[in-house]
Design a binder for this molecule. Structure first.
Ligand SMILES: NC(=O)c1ccc[n+]([C@@H]2O[C@H](COP(=O)([O-])OP(=O)(O)OC[C@H]3O[C@@H](n4cnc5c(N)ncnc54)[C@H](OP(=O)(O)O)[C@@H]3O)[C@@H](O)[C@H]2O)c1
Length: 298
């Protein structure tokens, strides 16, 4: 493998498509595959090669990268007889950048080891905007030599790459961050509804919080959308509910105590049952307002 290994990219969704674009822009030769083939068109128009199947992609590229939904997608893509591990080059590298459980990832690791394929876990922190601007933080664990081979590719997609170990550490790091993000949405929602219940002005409350020591980059992004009561999704309730399920099942296995994550997950379930799974996760405040009988704008 030279300075720029050939890349096979699987999963051209909201995150995968801009990440693959950034690899191409950095000069990598990229072959793409997407389960729904039409989504590959913008990439092939920009010069990517198209693989007709996972097997074809895996057999033809030095490094195969997937950015797909969840555990079920990972198992289908990595472990199926016509999937990546059964067809990758001996000595090749498989990188999965999705948010999945350490347990599913460990099953992939075991199969990869049996086939002589180096397997990197490389989930990312940052939303679609960060994927588009190549500003993701890439959390890596797995064999060191493979991580070094992929360094330039990671640098093309992110602003920082951090290595956490040789096993499932990167999966745990990603879930740790998402646990904090989800509980932050719960904390902000509950506190804002409390302030409203005392008659505080919505805009002024948000302005004050933005000036306070609580201000953070995350609250900074969210202050304007909250001010506008705009709950168009950057990260949906359905998506964070999936991540909270991964967190809770993983933490049960490691004996972690997770009362806050459990409570936030339960409240998101209530919102899903009301048909609100497609709203942004910071719409949590609307549930708190409902429970307090607060009708914004009245
Ligand atoms: N969106 C974010 O802000 C964000 C931020 C950080 C991390 N993440 C994580 O990044 C991953 C991808 O997220 P996304 O927002 O890009 O999701 P997305 O837009 O829903 O795209 C998912 C991709 O996975 C493919 N896929 C799903 N199941 C598959 C299967 N069984 N076999 C083959 N391909 C399959 C989809 O193919 P089709 O086109 O055929 O459906 C699509 O290309 C998730 O794990 C998510 O948690 C997302």
């Amino acid at each position: 493998m030279g300075d720029k290994p050939t890349i096979g990219w699987i999963g051209l969704g909201k995150m995968g498509a801009p990440m693959a674009q950034n690899l191409m822009q950095a000069g990598f030769q990229v072959t793409v595959y997407n389960r729904t083939p039409e989504k590959a068109k913008p990439l092939t128009d920009a010069g990517a090669a198209l693989a007709g199947s996972l097997a074809e992609l895996a057999a033809g590229c030095d490094v195969v990268i997937s950015m797909i939904n969840d555990d079920a997608a990972l198992e289908a893509v990595a472990m199926a007889p016509d999937g990546v591990l059964a067809n990758a080059k001996a000595g090749g590298i498989y990188v999965d950048m999705s948010t999945v459980s350490p347990a599913a990832s460990a099953r992939v690791a075991e199969t990869a080891a049996g086939k002589g394929i180096s397997y990197l876990r490389a989930p990312v922190s940052g939303s679609t905007v960060f994927a588009e601007s190549a500003q993701l933080i890439i959390l890596v664990s797995g064999p060191k030599e493979a991580a070094e081979t992929c360094d330039a590719a990671f640098a093309a997609m992110g602003k920082k790459t951090m290595n956490f170990g040789e096993g499932e550490e990167a999966r745990f790091m990603k879930l740790t961050v998402n646990m904090m993000v989800s509980i932050t949405a719960g904390l902000v929602g509950e506190a804002l509804a409390f302030g409203e219940s005392g008659g505080l002005d919505w805009q002024q409350m948000l302005e004050m919080i933005g000036e306070s020591p609580l201000a953070s980059p995350l609250l900074g992004y969210k202050t304007q959308t909250l001010k506008n009561r705009d709950y168009a999704p950057a990260f949906t309730i359905d998506q964070i509910a999936k991540d909270l399920d991964l967190i809770l099942s993983t933490g049960q296995g490691t004996n972690a105590s997770m009362p806050l994550a459990s409570l936030v997950r339960q409240n998101y379930e209530t919102m899903r049952e009301k048909g609100e799974g497609n709203l942004d996760m910071f719409a949590y405040v609307t549930l708190m307002e409902d429970l307090a009988g607060i009708k914004p704008g009245e």
